[in-house]
Ligand binder design. Sequence first.
Ligand code: ZN
Length: 320
Amino acid sequence: MGGFRPIHIVFDDRCQLHNPPLDHPEGPNRTHAIMERVKSSVLRDVVTIVPSRMATMDELTLVHDVNYILAFEEACLSGREYMGHKDNAICYETFEAALVAAGGGLQAIDLIEAGEAERVFCSTRPPGHHAEPASPLGFCFINNCALAARYWQKRHGVEKVVIFDFDAHHGNGIETIFFEDPSVLYISIHEHPSFSFPGTGYGEDRGGGRGEGLTLNIPLMPGAGEQEVMDALKATISPALERFSPDALVVAAGFDAHEMDDMSGLAYTTKVFGKLGVAARLWADSFCSGRLVAILEGGYQLDALAASCERFLGGLSLEC
Ligand SMILES: [Zn+2]
């Protein structure tokens, strides 16, 4: 075991323009905390920071209804304070920020496919995995991870994509988009829906139609931590990846399962996120010719978020 391999981080100040009122937990201080931590960590010598780009309407409609995108833009530009529910707080610049966040995964994929990056983490916001094709939910407007997976297929001809989601909450939007799709395996490990937002993600929901068996929900009881995660990785997730044999890996990287983060009842230590990074890297190398893009989802306790993200990036880039 040696040092760290190069890692690219997509970060763009335009994401920080999404700045809901101060009491909203999903604010610019989240990515600020991550980037400050990275700059002072041992990883700084292997990290290259690149800006994002805005996703286009043609790209956004790979996973969203065009009328929803137009309504979202109109809601922001008309000065409304939220969309649908107060969780989904907006400001005038939220639409621009969301398109830059959505473009982060696309930028990352283009870098990888051009041979200019190995592994990329998108330190972007607003997050995405709760966003449905035609509605926002849970701080999310555009489904960044779902869009990245679909873009990889459509723009670069990659056939099978796995999305691994370790945010504390179930990514209902990703599940909806790919529920009947045989080309995308969605794996989510999250707090049990009986105890947690958004109330979806039961183990018996396993996809439908031609996508039967390609939704894999792993709900954990409140208080679950490292042992439960490692058991799931070994007993359930790795075998599912081996069966599916993906060509690319998208990681929905949420850090709100940390024991210090009160957005969930899960109790991961910081160390768990390092192990998740190592696991993702090994899967990408074993199954996906190294193709890996991780995109920030949740994580709201700033110290825990920054430390967990640093550990995760260390795991991703660790030389072995
Ligand atoms: Zn979450």
